[in-house]
Design a protein. Structure first.
Length: 86
């Protein structure tokens, strides 16, 4: 979940929004646009760690690329867009 607040709100109550960012992302907006997101240090570290684990497709071996191309979703996890309730 993301909490959206204006930059003016953050300026007037920074400590409150820093505390909220420990539990959820706080999106700080300026008129008409997203500006920054405040997240906890733990969440930031987790994002940076996942970024390090990601590979560019060019970094895959031919066998890895072929395995991905041949991969199939197990039947119990398959769905169509029609299955999703809005």
């Amino acid at each position: 979940m993301t909490l959206k607040v204006s930059v003016a709100e953050v300026q007037s109550a920074l400590a409150v929004y820093l505390d909220k960012a420990l539990d959820e992302a706080v999106e700080v907006t300026r008129p008409g646009k997203e500006d920054v997101v405040i997240i906890s240090a733990g969440r930031f570290r987790a994002l940076k760690q996942s970024e390090r684990r990601a590979l560019h497709p060019a970094e895959l071996t031919e066998a890895e690329a072929q395995a991905m191309a041949n991969a199939e979703i197990p039947p119990e996890h398959r769905y169509s867009l029609g299955d999703i309730k809005s």
